[in-house]
Design a binder for this molecule. Structure first.
Ligand SMILES: [Zn+2]
Length: 456
């Protein structure tokens, strides 16, 4: 009830142009009047509420393909591309779509302007504008970049904030209290403008390792100022899953559902998906990632792996669960719009994700599809494939014939399949390859059938 009232007040403040959040989204919280001194003394007093989403039973999916994803090498999206992808992601059911940084380039400013009239309300309700805390030595209301976040009309703003004391002193060249004031002022300003505010705690895991008290003070400043979600970022991608699990659990317990704790992982050690799901297993309620794992350097956590893992292996109640059978088509659609070649070996959605080549495997699959697959590929809109090669067995050939509509119960089919298999092995030994030449197998079967008939 309290939240509904706050939501209405917030929307009224923001104006009628803002779409209403959907059921799966977090609700704005009011800002409080805690003083800076209280933060320094670490006297964060939480009022127990049920606002915070706690994983793994529940999880909010936050897509940043159109913001962090576009920081990947050779990834570029026009405003038109972003509008198309936005519509598709909204239909797929992700809870939040971080679509750009209106203060960083004209293209993103154009996107947010056009989104007001060209996107359906259901999509606009999910939009997030990304930005950063205010600059040093100014106020949030005087900071043009912060003002552009409000002018984007996105109902949610996500700001990046420093939470690593070394980064604050040596990179930002600010003192520790000033950074906390920057976080507090910016969150308060955006909250008062009726926006839901989330805060990406940059370098959080490295900062927590170096100075846990300060890293938590940064989080407390954001929560006290009205942020609904604190996102723990493994910005450099060097944190191991066991550390992510331990630290996530501590932060979730520290805030005790006062806010939702989120996770944002990079894949520099190939751990981004593992870190994200381990964080969720330890209570993280919001997961940031990108479609196909695109992003700066080695990429972000891949939502095409995280979403089905949560839904099918962790029993998580996520909004996209109902649309899971569209996951593969969403993955390929995003690649197509961004002119990227799909990763054939991508888990769940790659064309090879359920492809079987070894003869023993294919023979076992004939007995049960569970023998060499962790899920039914149809659950994510993918399909099982049988490949033909020198590693094949007779069942590979029979399976391919059956798929081509040939009656394999005919007398002599087994012998013909064996003849084809032997021929494939002979030809592959001298350099041919049949994996991508399915028609050749069928044509060869016809040829062998004819030869068999001639010699009969
Ligand atoms: Zn990032």
């Amino acid at each position: 009830m309290k939240n509904s009232l706050l939501l209405l007040l917030g929307l009224r403040w923001a104006g009628a142009f803002l779409a209403k959040p959907n059921d799966c989204q977090l609700l704005p919280r009011s800002s409080t009047k805690t003083t800076s001194d209280q933060w320094i003394q670490k006297t964060f007093q939480v009022t127990p509420t049920t606002d915070g989403v706690v994983g793994p039973k529940h999880a909010i999916i936050y897509d940043t393909t159109l913001r962090d994803g576009t920081q990947g090498e050779s990834v570029s999206a026009s405003a038109d591309d972003k509008l198309k992808i936005c519509r598709r992601l909204a239909e797929f059911g992700v809870n939040y779509i971080e679509a750009g940084w209106p203060g960083s380039n004209p293209k993103d400013a154009e996107f947010f302007r056009r989104a007001q009239t060209e996107l359906p309300e259901t999509a606009r309700a999910k939009l997030v504008a990304f930005g950063s805390t205010r600059r040093k030595n100014t106020s949030a209301d005087q900071d043009a970049q912060v003002q552009l976040l409000i002018e984007s009309n996105a109902p949610t703003c996500c700001i990046v904030a420093k939470s690593h004391s070394w980064q604050v002193k040596e990179i930002l060249k600010a003192d520790l209290q000033e950074n906390i004031d920057m976080i507090r002022d910016t969150v308060m300003h955006l909250t008062r403008a009726g926006r839901q505010v989330m805060v990406d705690m940059e370098h959080f895991f490295d900062g927590y390792a170096a100075d846990p008290t300060y890293a938590l003070q940064c989080c407390e400043a954001a929560a006290d100022a009205g942020a609904t979600c604190l996102v723990l970022c493994d910005t450099n991608g060097g944190t191991m899953p066991w550390t992510v699990g331990q630290v996530s659990q501590r932060v979730v317990r520290h805030f005790d559902r006062y806010v939702t704790i989120g996770i944002h992982c990079h894949n520099d050690c190939g751990m981004a998906v593992a870190n994200s799901v381990v964080a969720c297993q330890n209570g993280i309620g919001l997961i940031q990632g990108t479609i196909n794992g695109i992003g700066e350097r080695t990429g972000n956590a891949d939502l095409c792996s995280i979403i089905p893992t949560l839904a099918l292996h962790m029993g998580s109640n996520i909004a996209c669960k109902e649309q899971l059978q569209n996951l593969t088509s969403v993955s390929r659609y995003v690649d197509e719009i961004l002119n990227r070649s799909p990763n054939v070996a991508a888990p769940y959605v790659g064309i090879s994700a359920f492809a079987h080549k070894g003869g023993l495997h294919v023979a076992a699959m004939e007995r049960s599809p569970l023998s060499y697959q962790h899920i039914d590929p149809g659950l994510v809109g993918n399909e099982m494939r049988v490949l033909i090669s020198e590693l094949s067995g007779r069942q590979n050939i029979l399976s391919k014939m059956e798929a081509a509509g040939i009656d394999i119960s005919e007398t002599g089919t087994n012998d013909r399949a064996l003849a084809i298999l032997n021929r494939v092995k002979e030809l592959e030994a001298v350099g041919y390859t049949f994996e991508g030449a399915e028609a050749s197998i069928i044509a060869h079967r016809c040829m062998i059938r004819t030869l068999t008939a001639l010699h009969a």
